[in-house]
Design a protein. Structure first.
Length: 247
């Protein structure tokens, strides 16, 4: 069996993620001894041996949902986001005089991955609702790399998962040179999934128990306060923007 919590895993959060998994394993009464931190994410997400993993809403709605079971959705400690939802922060350099997102329509726009809800879909959908788009995309491969690209002047603007932004702000001093220009509209947060032939109900219950048993410090580190059930239709209703052009 495979368990993986890769989406907010970094050295400063790894121990808290490990304790979350151990709590879930105890509540379940079975499961792998440790989280998987190696291997291709698409292979993990689609493996018949998958017990639990967290994915992104965009991969879930475009490729994964016919092949996996939705276990639940985290409730994140984010302002102005309803339970089970999150958003992206749109960041620029602190000394950039431009004060509207539309002013960055043709500016170098750093994004992590083409199938990222927070890095690509959310900002493009948000911009489209306001009559423009970000037309000069620069792929970086990771949210942290996108933020750093803006800080170092290789891009002018980026969209970062709001929880990732909070984690970056807590641990990476280069973010002191950035500021939040806007926040996108909330959409369903990154879902927990399991293999298609598994019953998600006991996994949800065990995850709920494990989150509740975390210390306040661990909940703060992970930015999580609980887990709820959202229907898959909530994810599938989010629009898919045009893909970025090849780099």
């Amino acid at each position: 069996m495979i368990a993986a919590l890769p989406m907010y895993d970094r050295p400063q959060t790894a121990a808290a993620n490990d304790r979350l998994w151990q709590g879930m394993r105890v509540a379940l009464g079975y499961g792998p001894e440790s989280l998987s931190r190696d291997g291709d994410l698409w292979e993990i997400w689609q493996s018949p041996d998958l017990l639990l993993a967290q994915t992104c809403g965009y991969p879930f709605r475009t490729r994964l949902h016919p092949h996996v079971q939705l276990v639940g959705t985290p409730v994140l400690a984010l302002p102005n986001c309803p339970p089970g939802q999150y958003c992206s922060v749109i960041v620029i350099r602190a000394d950039d005089p431009r004060d509207t997102p539309e002013a960055f329509a043709a500016a170098p726009f750093a994004y992590n991955e083409a199938l990222s809800q927070s890095g690509w879909a959310a900002p493009q959908n948000w911009a489209a609702a306001r009559g423009f788009s970000f037309t000069n995309p620069v792929q970086t491969g990771a949210h942290r790399a996108s933020a750093m690209a803006v800080a170092e002047g290789r891009a002018d603007i980026a969209a970062i998962d709001a929880l990732t932004w909070d984690i970056l702000r807590a641990h990476d001093r280069f973010t002191d040179g950035l500021r939040v220009l806007a926040r996108t509209d909330p959409t369903p947060a990154l879902p927990y999934i399991t293999a298609r032939d598994r019953d998600p109900a006991p996994l949800f219950d065990a995850l709920q128990t494990a989150i509740g048993a975390l210390t306040q410090d661990d909940r703060t580190t992970l930015g999580i306060t609980g887990v709820i059930r959202l229907p898959a239709t909530d994810y599938l209703a989010v629009p898919n923007p045009p893909p970025p052009p090849p780099n």
